[in-house]
Design a protein around this ligand. Structure first.
Ligand SMILES: [Zn+2]
Length: 114
């Protein structure tokens, strides 16, 4: 399960953010998962639950993950659009399939509530 590494990275990032913003006990981490990411939200939530107890400041913190559509750019005409999965590779404007991913591959922290 490669989500374990992603969860560890997310926790590390959350700890850094909390240290930077002087948040002693965050209540909730709002994370965003891009539609083209290779991760599934369920295992991330499960690993977070397991790992949380090993991290003092996150012991009472919840994780919420929301999905975000990916933004891709057509290599032919340069038009950007949002897609939900790789099945939508054909450009509706020029009918070509080459795309460049602008965003939507990552898992990142949007907000930390405290
Ligand atoms: Zn196009």
């Amino acid at each position: 399960m490669h989500e374990l590494g992603a969860t560890e990275a997310l926790i590390e990032l959350a700890e850094k953010e909390c240290a930077k913003k002087n948040i002693p006990k965050p209540k909730r981490i709002l994370a965003v998962l891009g539609a083209l990411s290779s991760y599934c939200p369920e295992p991330i939530l499960m690993y977070f639950d397991l790992l949380r107890s090993q991290h003092q400041i996150l012991s009472e913190c919840e994780l919420a993950i929301s999905a975000e559509p990916a933004v891709v750019k057509c290599k032919k005409c340069g038009k950007e659009r949002k897609i939900k999965d790789m099945g939508e590779i054909l450009c509706p404007t020029c009918d070509k399939a080459g795309i460049e991913i602008v965003s939507g591959k990552d898992l990142y922290i949007k907000e930390i509530e405290y």
